[in-house]
Structures are given as C-alpha cells and as structure tokens.
Design a protein around this ligand. Structure first.
Ligand code: GDP
Ligand code: MN
Length: 380
C-alpha cells in the first residue's frame, strides 16, 4: 500500500525526523489559508502516488500568497501520469545547499533491509543506479540485530564531511530504519534529504510503501489509505476479495491460486504475449467472484483476449463455469475468451460451458497459445 508524502511526513515527524512544516489542502481557499499561516514563501506540491511530480509540473515554488493561489489552482485537478491531483501539500519553502538520496528497501537477494545513500540526490535515483551505481552506497542490515549507530555514522560519512551534518544525518538514518521496521514498510525514501545554508538537515520529500501483508497490525497506517488516489479496478477487486494487480499488457488473466497465476503469466510472456493483469480469484471461488473479475478485466480497453485458467482442487470447476456463463450473459464481452477448466467437477463444468460455446484447450501451453493467437498478436 502507498501513502501520500504528507502522510509519510507525519510519520517522520512523530519519529523525530525533521521536515518543513506544512499541511494538506483539497481546495484553493484552504491552500491559501495554510500558506498564510506559514507566512513567507511556500512550496505547492501535488499529492499523487507517483514519482517525478516535480518534472511533471506538480511541485512549485510560490514567493507569496498570490503565487500560492495561482499554483494551487493549476495543480489541483492536474493530471500526473494518469492520476488526477485532488490534494496539495502546502509546505514552508526552504533554501537548499545540497540534495542527498536516502532510502531503505527490502532486498530480496540479501533478504535484508538495505540502506542506500547517495550524494546524487534529488534526481531520478533509478537513473543513477543504472548509469553510475558506484555513486550509491549500500548497507544490508541484519534484521535480528538491527542497525548499530556506528553503521549509520559510516554511511553518513560516505556523503558528508562536516561533523555537524554527519551527526544529524546519522540520527536521521537510525530513525528512518526504525520507521521502516515498525511500519512493516517495503520501502522508505527521502529524496532529497537537504542541507540548508545554516547547516540544518531536513527531509523535504517523503515516501513510504507498506507491505500489504503487515497491514492487519498497522491500524494507523491502514487508516491512511486514500481510495481516491488508487486505481479504481484495484479497489473494486480488493473489495470483492480478489488479488488483482493491473499491468500494461493485453491478455486478461483469470486464474485461481497465486502460483498458477504467476506460471500462467510466465507462459503468456514466453509465447510472445503480455499479461494485462495478475488476478487470483482465490480458493473456494463462488460464481460472483468470476463475474467481478471479468468485469474488471473488460473495463481495461487494452485487453484483446481473456484467458481463464482454473485448476480445480478446493475450487470447483462447475462453480467457475457458472460464473463464466453468468458473466457472459451480463457483460457480453466483445473480446475472445478462451478457457481451461480442469480438476474437481470438470465434467459438470464442461456441460455448463456448452451454453456459451467457448474455445477451450486441454493444457496450459495450449490455452495460452490459443489466447495469444485469438488476441491477434504477432499478426500486426
Ligand atoms: P518529486 O519530484 O516528486 O520527487 O518531488 P520533490 O518533493 O522531491 O521535489 C522535487 C524538487 O523540487 C526537489 O528535488 C527540489 O530540488 C525542489 N524542491 C522541493 N521543495 C523545495 C523547497 O522547499 N525549496 C527549494 N529551493 N526547492 C525545493
Ligand atoms: Mn523527490
């Protein structure tokens, strides 16, 4: 789950990481009121769940109230990478003497939280990682022991010389690790961590992603969820109890079980297609779930074919078949649908499926190839 910059900054602030003062606004009037309270120049910052807002015109400096009003008018309602801006953070503008990158991710290779710090902050860190990886200093933390102060200090020294700055940055690294750990985060990031002309260190941007599997014990953070800022199809899927992740491809996938869904997507790629989504309809699938799944997938204009791959264990193929027939009557899909239903109650499923007369295939390889050819891919 993602949260907004202003929410991440609230968490930073309670952890003792210095951030410029500010508040979020949903209207121009509110934005002006906050700017007035802050007094002096402010930043007007779009609150959307994507990076690179600055480059997209969603982060602006406002010298005075008049400018703050104009930028709030322009940024509220703006579209950034497909997301509409519904909130802006109004925050005190600070003078910057340097921009550093500081982040912690859960690294699957070392199976540890990895802290990264780089003097090449402010800009696209992915680009730094790709072109000049030597500019990023890393440390994998043993989660059983946690982060030692000397380790944080060593990291701070990689970028800073002045002892006053090193002390502040060391303290921030330790606190950031604490936030990462306590929030069940998969990522925390400060880009940039800045220094000011009077040698103060502050986080002027903030990002926290939470591992969804930890949300049940993260009451405060799960309450921060902003449904308005999420992909509507993912929201609908979650409410229906489906595990759904939207992707950029054109083969819609309806599968039961996460492992089978991954294997199906791998094969789609292998045979030259591109999955439009990851979707696990779960174990004991009722027909309702299949209907919702089909509706969500058909909402995506990129989808050229739907591939339904069900291995009946606890899931009964006839339940899924009823769902498919129901979905056909209700949704009348205009794209080809190809199915493979095998396992529990397979024969009953086949009888039900006769009604809609869909192409089927006996094996995983064949059903995937059929979906790709019906989607008309590779012929363009
Ligand atoms: P992002 O584009 O989504 O990463 O948004 P950021 O909050 O990181 O802002 C982008 C850039 O705007 C920063 O790297 C800074 O260079 C600049 N910026 C943001 N806030 C301030 C500020 O208070 N003062 C100054 N001078 N520049 C700022
Ligand atoms: Mn940033």
């Amino acid at each position: 789950m993602k949260i907004h910059e202003y929410q991440a900054k609230e968490i930073f602030q309670s952890a003792g990481i210095p951030v410029p003062q500010g508040r979020v606004a949903t209207t121009v009037q509110e934005a002006v009121t906050i700017a007035d309270e802050i007094g002096g120049p402010v930043m007007v910052k779009a609150q959307v769940h994507v990076g690179g807002r600055g480059k997209a015109g969603g982060v602006k400096y406002a010298e005075n109230l008049e400018a703050a009003k104009i930028w709030a008018q322009r940024i509220l309602g703006m579209n950034i990478k497909g997301l509409e801006v519904k909130k802006v953070l109004i925050t005190e503008a600070v003078d910057i003497t340097s921009e550093t990158y500081l982040g912690i991710i859960l690294d699957r290779v070392t199976k540890k939280p990895v802290i990264m710090i780089s003097a090449a902050g402010g800009v696209d860190i992915e680009e730094v990682a790709a072109k000049t990886p030597e500019k990023i200093h890393k440390l994998a933390v043993d989660p059983r022991i946690g982060l030692h102060p000397y380790q944080a200090r060593e990291l701070a020294f990689k970028v800073f010389r002045d002892i006053k700055l090193v002390r502040q940055v060391t303290d921030i690294i330790l606190k950031l690790y604490d936030v990462f750990w306590k929030a069940d985060a998969s990522l925390v990031e400060i880009n940039p961590l800045i220094t000011t002309p009077i040698n103060l260190v502050q986080a002027i941007d903030a990002k926290i992603n939470i591992d969804d599997n930890g949300l049940f014990r993260q009451k405060v953070i799960s309450d921060m969820r902003d449904l308005d800022a999420e992909d509507p199809s993912e929201v609908e899927a979650r409410e229906a109890g489906l595990t759904f992740i939207k992707l950029d491809g054109n083969i819609g996938c309806v599968v039961n079980g996460a492992g089978l869904a991954m294997a199906t997507m791998d094969l789609v790629k292998h045979y030259g297609g591109d999955p439009a989504n990851f979707l696990d309809i779960g174990g004991s699938s009722n027909p309702e779930k299949v209907l919702t799944a089909m509706r969500i997938i058909l909402d995506d204009p990129n989808v050229k074919a739907i591939l339904i791959n069900i291995f009946g264990g606890i899931t009964r193929c006839d339940d899924v078949a009823s769902g498919i027939v129901h979905a056909f009557r209700e949704l009348n899909p205009q794209v080809p649908v190809v199915t493979r239903l095998t396992g529990t109650n397979e024969a009953a499923a086949k009888k039900i499926m006769k009604e809609v007369n869909l192409p089927t295939a006996p094996t995983l390889d064949e059903v995937v190839q059929k979906a790709i050819s019906l989607a008309g891919l590779g012929e363009e």
